[in-house]
Design a protein around this ligand. Sequence first.
Ligand SMILES: C[S@@+](CC[C@H](N)C(=O)[O-])C[C@H]1O[C@@H](n2cnc3c(N)ncnc32)[C@H](O)[C@@H]1O
Length: 366
Amino acid sequence: MLLPHRKACLEKHIQTYIQAKGGWISFAEFMQKALYEPTLGYYVSGTRKIGKDGDFMTAPEISPAFSQTLARYCESVFHATSSPASILEFGAGTGTMAADILLTLEKRHALPERYYILEVSPDFSERQLDTLRHQCPHLIERIVWLSTLPKNFTGVVLANEVLDALPVHLFEVQKKITLQKGIALESQKLIWRLGSEVDLSSVTDISNLEDGYTSEYCPAIYPWLKDLYTSMLQGTVLLIDYGFLEHEYYHPQRDQGTLMCHYRHRAHTDPLLHIGLQDITAHVNFTAVAQAAEKSGFSVDFYSTQEKFLVDWGILEETNVHQLSLEEQYGYTQGLKKLLLPSEMGELFKVMELKTPSMFSNIHSS
Ligand SMILES: C[S@@+](CC[C@H](N)C(=O)[O-])C[C@H]1O[C@@H](n2cnc3c(N)ncnc32)[C@H](O)[C@@H]1O
């Protein structure tokens, strides 16, 4: 389907949905449809999303050193589980991370039993199959695509830039109360409209926030983690994403929230533009993630910056740079800078590690 036609179909579909729901929907409902509506949503359709000719870049596409370092972490977890371990990757994008992790583990004689991919986008699943068939055809039988969580999973769960893609609710502070912000219809156009009051006392204290303060919260995280916990026998979960703790997330100066759209490598804040053709994301409130994880049964074992996690797990020792040509050395160093520097991804991106109670607490970086 041609892109303008697809955009028009999705907009029409959302308009009909709003009418059927009485003229107003929450932002989370809008985001769910814009990103995941079957055949029409951004993540479901066939446009190129990740990479230079897409809309945004992610760490595995920037440098293989990212996935090679995660592979070392996985190997260490495998040593600590009491039965053979697998990897479960959520939202595996182009499949690059899966390929680099498997090839690294193969070299280290530490392949997982299975590499499961749980992906909601049929388009991405196809792309993953292409990448993996091309990069590691001899390992393809170990890779299993799932549409639901596995049962009794043992091993490592990986989610790089997945939490930021879960639909969020928006709120606006008015006269010391919080109102839901949603989408309505006016003259056949989608517009913003405030909805009814919502109690956010379990999310944050709004008493020091001015009128007009807008931000997000993500109720989808708790059911996501709870289902994941139920599916796991033993293991760890590594959540990697951009975000902050609650006091920074709801800082009075961050008065327009963290909602961002990505369209052809341009970031902007209007989700009502390019509907179905652009990514919509929100930063992750890691305090809320930790609370949801603990309520689900996990314990939070590590939380820090991407830079600290990758350096702890040996990213700077990963490659003998002297074996590379000068041009390759330059490319490799540029990739490391993007992953590690505070002005790039090093500080804004965080890593949170969760463990099941049955997991040994003595995983050390090697
Ligand atoms: C921003 S992309 C990141 C892709 C990849 N992890 C990377 O780092 O390049 C978000 C991915 O999460 C997937 N996704 C979103 N919600 C999901 C869910 N509930 N379960 C599994 N995958 C999901 C999307 O389809 C997409 O593949």
